[in-house]
Design a protein around this ligand. Structure first.
Ligand SMILES: Nc1nc2c(ncn2[C@@H]2O[C@H](COP(=O)(O)OP(=O)(O)OP(=O)(O)O)[C@@H](O)[C@H]2O)c(=O)[nH]1
Ligand SMILES: [Mg+2]
Length: 689
């Protein structure tokens, strides 16, 4: 059996902006617990969690890495996540696996873009948070300033749990009120501040406390957990991963105050019971049915596909038979692993709350639910809203005959990365999408170095789509009588836009078509209706006015004619195709284009240039914020079509200091002149008439 119990487990995600020191802190925590003999360096590629070749080369984490340590009677699973905005998907993906999100903040730079984003996302998923201010050893830092900034941005819930002392050489616990001098504020008032905050969540206890009564350790522990769970307390802890100051104290905090899998907020699982989805709350009971969620898939060069999962209920052993989602046939676990960076150690049992992995099960995908009973089919985790990747590259093989290899490489990369997308828009192009320039470069390097294929790249066609803005009806008769059997079909179609709240409306992915058969009295026999639907769908895919797929329309066939001998499927398909083109052109057709949200970081003196350039790109600024180091973060929206070469433009405006990330916001109609150009550029297929 396991050497520890569920009550002893702590699952912590180390998150925060790139360069905050999460990877070094992971090493420092492992070192403090005696797991590794010395702390590695990102620069030397010698850390436990940055083991991938590209992570070493780029000196940034690119994937979530899992390790564990035993400390203070607890078994702590740490997930070190990447902080670069382009790899944010891997940080988000780790959230369902943990009870606590530790947001690491660089003392030198304070709040950064990913600090804010992860604070918000963890709150939305009701995950207890703590803030770790790292690099307290560094020069020129303003720690009281960082604490103020945190409280201003994230509210009074942010309260120091400890304070630095000796000029950053150590920390003093203010919650348990240790003795000692601190570098700023004072132990007494910091102690009162955090305790006041904690007891606020329990009225009765607050009364006792205010009346001066001494609270028991257990009372304090329970109310502390409650305050964390309710987001009423976000403790701030200080440390230096480099010197080790505050690191053991951070491990102590995780062991004694971070919630165990039994204390954390329940994970949002949903069970589709046929009647509709209902909430399902897994019980961390070792004898219950096994239920686990896959939060990471890695394609390891040595062990092959690795599915990393968090067990939410029941016990998994090497003999457990696990079903993947709704699959009919289970697989046998065979070998169960615990991970330590790149190393994996076989273990004989995984208990509720623990993080384990299985190798070589090809059907395991990211976000899969593993379970040991057919009763548990239909259970899913409430989906995580990942940013929609919009940075696209159209790729073609450098050497002919490599297509197969490319498809294999892309499938493997896709399996590992929740923010990577492969599109085959039917133009013969393969388009790959990611969150930014860096993301795309990492993917191309991976294809070359790991999968041995090289590709040529160019900007992809913009994913415009067509729709209608008004209603119209039209009819079309297709009749052919040239020798042999004739063809006859006549359809009358009505078209209208789908209402906002229509369940058929799926602008991304689905095609947003509601097809209705309104034929009464057998004007067209039922056997031809599928042919009409087929014709409608063909035009939906090909576009009616400019060659882009159509979205969000309702088409009804309400009348028509047939011929007992000459009517056949092909005749109705042809009639429908022609009728669709006619009816669309009369229903105020529009071409929609993707509009993206941009987050642009540039030196503040470039603000004017960026604003001017954005407005020439039909874009607009929505907000801005100064950040340390003389930089400014600009939030803006712009049409994707205008951003083809944005990174190189930013580079030339800012001398290489600018960067940006983008995600899909919505689709919007293109201006009339652009619509005319797109229609003029379209060479429609000759139709049969
Ligand atoms: N002075 C000082 N430097 C530190 C400390 N912790 C980390 N660093 C340095 O900060 C840089 C970034 O550290 P990482 O641990 O790789 O940062 P990260 O948060 O993992 O960054 P990403 O993986 O890109 O998200 C490295 O040069 C570290 O040596 C610290 O406590 N003090
Ligand atoms: Mg890192």
């Amino acid at each position: 059996m396991s050497a520890y119990t569920t009550e002893q487990i702590r699952n912590i995600a180390l998150t925060g902006h790139a360069g905050a020191g999460k990877t070094i802190l992971t090493d420092a925590l492992l070192h403090a617990a005696g797991v590794i003999p010395q702390i590695g360096a990102t620069e030397k590629g010698s850390t436990v969690s940055d083991f991938d070749d590209q992570e070493k080369e780029r000196q940034h984490s690119l994937y979530a890495a899992i390790c564990s340590l035993d400390h203070g009677g607890a078994h702590i699973n740490l997930i070190d996540t990447p902080g670069a905005p382009d790899f944010f998907g891997h940080a988000l993906g780790a959230l369902p696996a943990v009870e606590t999100v530790a947001v690491v903040v660089n003392a030198q730079s304070g709040i950064e873009m990913i600090t804010r984003r992860i604070m918000e996302r963890a709150e939305q998923r009701q995950l207890p948070r703590c803030i770790v201010i790292n690099k307290i050893d560094a020069d020129n830092i303003d720690l009281p300033g960082v604490v103020n900034q945190l409280q201003e941005s994230f509210g009074p819930a942010c309260k120091p749990f400890n304070l630095p002392s000796g000029g950053g050489a150590g920390v003093v616990d203010v919650f348990n009120k240790a003795e000692g001098e601190v570098d700023f504020s004072d132990v007494e008032s910091a102690h009162t501040a955090i305790l006041d905050q904690v007891v606020e969540v329990d009225e009765e206890l607050a009364m006792l406390y205010l009346e001066g009564e001494e609270l028991s350790k257990e009372q304090i522990h329970n109310v502390f957990e409650q305050a964390l769970r309710e987001g009423h307390l976000i403790p701030i802890l200080f440390c230096s991963a480099r010197t080790g100051a505050g690191v053991k104290e951070l491990a102590d905090f995780f062991a004694h105050f971070a919630p165990s899998p039994k204390e954390g907020n329940p994970r949002p699982f949903i069970k589709d019971s046929g009647e509709g989805a209902e909430t399902f709350v897994p019980q961390p009971d070792p004898s219950g049915h096994a239920l686990a969620h896959v939060f990471k898939v890695a394609i390891d060069p040595f062990v092959g596909r690795l599915g990393v999962f968090r067990i939410h209920q029941g016990t998994i052993t090497k003999d457990t038979q696990l079903y993947i989602n709704d699959a009919k046939k289970p697989f046998k676990v065979g070998h169960l692993f615990k991970l330590q960076g790149k190393d994996h150690k076989e273990t004989n049992a995984g208990i509720p709350g623990d993080i384990c992995a299985v190798a070589k099960v090809e059907e395991i995908d990211f976000d899969a639910v593993l379970h040991d009973s057919a009763d548990e089919a239909g259970i899913r985790l409430k989906p995580i809203a990942f940013p929609q990747p919009m940075h696209g590259l159209a790729i073609t093989a450098k050497s002919r005959g490599d297509e197969q290899k490319i498809a294999k490489a892309l499938a493997a990369i896709d399996a590992e990365d929740p923010c990577f997308k492969i599109e085959r828009p039917g133009t013969g192009e393969t388009v790959i999408r990611g969150l930014g320039d860096l993301h795309m470069r990492v993917i191309l390097d991976k294809m070359k170095n790991r999968y041995n294929v090289e590709v040529d790249t160019k900007p992809p066609r913009i994913a415009y789509c067509e729709t209608v803005q008004g209603e119209a009806s039209a009819q079309y008769r297709h009749k052919k009588q040239s020798g042999g059997a004739g063809q006859f079909g006549e359809v009358h179609l009505k078209i209208s836009p789908l209402p906002e709240d229509s369940e058929f409306r799926k602008i991304n992915g689905g095609n947003g078509l509601e097809f209705v058969n309104d034929i009464f009295g057998g004007a067209i026999p039922g056997q031809f209706i599928p042919a009409i639907e087929k014709g409608v769908k063909q035009i939906m895919g090909e576009g009616a006015i400019a060659g882009y797929p159509m979205q969000d329309i309702r088409v009804s066939v309400y009348d028509g004619k047939y011929h007992p001998v000459d009517s056949k499927e092909v005749a109705f398909v042809t009639a429908t195709r022609n009728c669709m083109k006619k009816v669309v052109s009369e229903a105020r057709p529009a071409i929609l284009e993707p509009i993206v949200n941009l987050e642009i970081t540039v030196p503040d003196q470039n603000m004017g240039d960026i604003a001017g350039d954005l407005s020439s790109k039909r874009g607009g600024i929505q907000g801005q914020e100064n950040i340390p180091g003389g930089m400014i973060v600009i939030k803006a929206q712009a049409p994707l079509a205008e951003l083809g070469n944005y990174q190189s433009q930013l580079n030339s405006v800012t001398g290489g200091q600018g960067s940006y990330s983008m995600e899909l916001s919505h689709y919007d109609a293109v201006p009339p002149n652009v619509q005319q150009q797109l229609i003029a550029a379209f060479k429609p297929k000759e139709e049969d008439d």
